[in-house]
Design a protein around this ligand. Structure first.
Ligand code: 13P
Length: 251
């Protein structure tokens, strides 16, 4: 009942010309041989409007990589929810671990942004995940529970059912050290149980939980065979059409 969701986070990569070339390839392939899966790209802000324009009518969603929670104001360098929407985004990534670790994002701030996303017609894809030190010192579940609770607490059950959660263990991001399908499944099942407690069984059954962290063409099939893994948030492997398309077309 949960449609698989394959998302590519481009991070700080791609010029405008490179961005257009990549989405042209993705679109051509998926137009020719469509998939009944949700596909999304999250380009840098500079390419957002052009990418959205190039993908119009394709069914491929476009997301911002972060945003501010305020409507507008004197926040140099930031981007407002309505500006993302205006540029053609339907979704927004929130609380990526790189935002949390390198740019000081907090659990509370991420929760506020999730509220602002829905208030502006954007679907949040909120990232949570433990560091290696937290996993090794048995704090993993407590950390995930706290991050998840703050991320979803301002959402109604209807919104929480639509919101997407991405489990991205920090130790697996960009390291080539993917969580095993069993490790990821254990956490995804835990997340779903927490959502059932906070927002009800129906919401938990509907919510898509993505795995992210060194997802590649050669490990996606194993990850997607787990019952609580509903998709992937892909970094490095989404920068080339061939590898991202192989992930989109997982078996
Ligand atoms: P990698 O796939 O490069 O490990 O990045 C994962 C990620 O951070 C996606 O948001």
């Amino acid at each position: 009942m949960r449609k698989p969701f394959l998302a590519g986070n481009w991070k700080m990569y791609k010029t405008l010309a490179e961005a257009k070339a990549l989405v042209a390839e993705l679109r051509a392939s998926l137009d020719k041989d469509p998939v009944s899966r949700e596909v999304l790209v999250a380009p840098p802000f500079t390419a957002l409007a052009s990418v959205a324009e190039a993908l119009r009518g394709s069914g491929i969603h476009v997301a911002g990589q972060t945003m501010h929670s305020e409507k507008e104001g004197a926040f140099t360098g930031e981007i407002a929810p309505a500006q993302l929407k205006d540029a053609g985004a339907s979704h927004v990534l929130l609380g990526h671990s790189e935002r949390r670790q390198l740019f000081g994002e907090t659990d509370e701030g991420v929760g506020k942004k999730a509220r602002a996303a829905f208030d502006n017609g954007l679907v949040p894809i909120t990232c949570i995940g433990e560091t290696l030190a937290e996993r090794e010192s048995d704090q993993m579940f407590a950390v995930l529970e706290r991050q998840l609770e703050r991320a979803l607490r301002q959402l109604s059950p209807e919104e929480a059912a639509i919101a997407v959660v991405a489990y991205e263990p920090v130790w697996a991001i960009g390291t080539g050290k993917v969580a095993t399908p069993a490790q990821a499944q254990e956490v995804h099942a835990f997340i779903r149980k927490q959502v059932a407690k906070s927002h009800g069984e129906g919401v938990a059954a509907a919510q898509r939980i993505l795995y992210g962290g060194s997802v590649k063409p050669d490990n996606i099939d194993g990850l997607m065979s787990e019952s609580d893994i509903d998709g992937a948030l892909v970094g490095g492997a989404c920068l080339k059409a061939e590898s991202f398309l192989r992930i989109v077309r997982f078996n």
